[in-house]
Write a protein that binds this ligand. Sequence first.
Ligand SMILES: Cc1cc2nc3c(=O)[nH]c(=O)nc-3n(C[C@H](O)[C@H](O)[C@H](O)COP(=O)(O)OP(=O)(O)OC[C@H]3O[C@@H](n4cnc5c(N)ncnc54)[C@H](O)[C@@H]3O)c2cc1C
Length: 431
Amino acid sequence: MSERRPHVVIVGGGFGGLAAAKALRTVPVHVTVIDRSNHHLFQPLLYQVATGVLTPGQIGSPIRNILRSQRNTTVILGNVAGLDVQKKCVFVDGSDRSTVPLPYDFLVLATGVNHSYFGHDEFAQYARGLKTLADAVAIRNKILHAFEQAEAEEDPRRHRDLLTFVLVGAGPTGVETAAAIAVLIRDSLKSEFRRIDLASARIVLLDMAPRVLGSFSERLSTAAKRRLELLGIEVRLGHAVEGIDADGVIVAGERIPSRTVIWTAGVAPSAAGKWLGVPTDRTGRVRVHPDLSVPGHPEVFVIGDTASLDQEGGPLPGVAQVAIQQGRYAARLINRRITGRAAPRAFRYLDRGSLAVVGKGFALLQSGKIQIAGFVAWLAWAAVHLQFLAQSSLRVNVFVQWVWTYITGQRGSRLIVNHRGAQPPETGVGG
Ligand SMILES: Cc1cc2nc3c(=O)[nH]c(=O)nc-3n(C[C@H](O)[C@H](O)[C@H](O)COP(=O)(O)OP(=O)(O)OC[C@H]3O[C@@H](n4cnc5c(N)ncnc54)[C@H](O)[C@@H]3O)c2cc1C
C-alpha cells in the first residue's frame, strides 16, 4: 500500500497560487488547486483586451492546461466559500453542489483582491472596474458601442456625452487604459467613422492624489502626466469623485457628462481574513508572520494581494512579483517541513523594479537608482510582459499581435460581443 502523501490545497490559480503549485511539482505531496474561474489571468494586460488590442484568449490560459504535466496536481473549478481551521478543511461550492468539504494538511490562500468603491457601492452599476476577463470584454463593448451610438446619432449635442470617457483612478491601470483609449482613437478608429468628429472625443483621468502613478518617483510621474497630456488626455488631480450616475461623474462640484466611466481606483482584499478570523490590516489584508503563515496555524499560508507583510518599514505592494515570490517561498517551506529539514529564512521580497506603459512606444522604468521614461523603457516593458505570460504559445501570439498593431494600428478584436442575445450592450455598466 502506498504511503499517504500530505495534501496541499491551494485556493487561487492567480500569480501566487500558480507559482506555489509549480514549485511543488517534484515535492512528495498531493496538490489541489481550486479556482472559481478555469483560467489563470495575466491581469497586467487586461487593459489591452478592454481596448481591443488583444483577445481574451491571448492573456488567459486554462489552469488545467498549464499544470497538465504535473502528475501530483489536481485542478478543481469551484468557489471556496469558507473554511474550518480546526477540522482543517475548506468548503467548496461547485456548479451543482455547495459547501463540499475538502480536507488539507497544508493550505495556501492566494485569493487576490476585488474592486473597492470606498464605501460607494452604488457607483458600481455605472463604473465597472477592470479585474477579470468579463470586466475587460464588458468595457470593450461599452467603449466601442459609444462610438457606434454616436455615429448613428443625428443630434451632435449628444455626441459630447457619448464620446467622453472618464477613468477614476490614476494608478497604473487608469493611466495605461486612458492612454490606450487615446491610441485606439488616433491609430485605429480615425479613418472609419463619417459622421462623428473623433478629434472631439474627450478622455478624462481623475484622481484625488496630487500626482499620477504615485508609486513612481516624482520625476517619472511628471513625465507620465506630460505624456498623457500630449495624447490629449485631461488629467485632473487632487479631488475625490463625489458622485457617479447614468449621466456621468461629479468631481469638485462639476459634472462631467459621460456615458462611459471606468473605475480603476481601489481594491479590497478577498474574504480570507474573515474565513480565518485572524488579525488583518486596515484594508482587510491578512497580517502574516514573516514565514507567511497565519497566527496560531503554521500549516496555513496567505500570499499575494490578500496578505499583508511589512518590509523595511512599509507594507509590500500588491504586485505580481510579490505574489510569485511568496508562492515559491510557501512551497519551499512546505517541502522542507515534510522532509524534516530546517525552515528557510524569513520571506524577503526582491524588488526588481516597476514598469508602466503610457501609450504607444512610451513607458516608465524604475529599478533602484535607474529611472527611465521613453522608448527604451517601453522595450523593457514589452520584454518583461512577454516573459511573464503563462505559456510560450501566448508569448509568440502576443508578440506577433503587438508588432502588427504597432505597424498597422489594426487590433486583435474589436467585436462588440453581447452574450445576452441581439440587444445592444447596456448603456450603464456594459454587457
Ligand atoms: C488591471 C490590473 C493591472 C495590473 N497590472 C500590474 C502590473 O503591471 N504589474 C504588476 O506587478 N501587477 C499588476 N497588477 C497586480 C497583479 O495582477 C496582482 O498583484 C497579482 O495578480 C496578485 O496575485 P494573487 O495571486 O495574489 O492574486 P490573483 O492573481 O488576483 O489571483 C487570485 C485568484 O484567486 C481566485 N479566487 C479568488 N477568490 C476565490 C474563491 N473564493 N474561490 C476560488 N478561487 C478564488 C481568482 O479567481 C484568481 O484566479 C495588476 C492588476 C490589475 C487588476
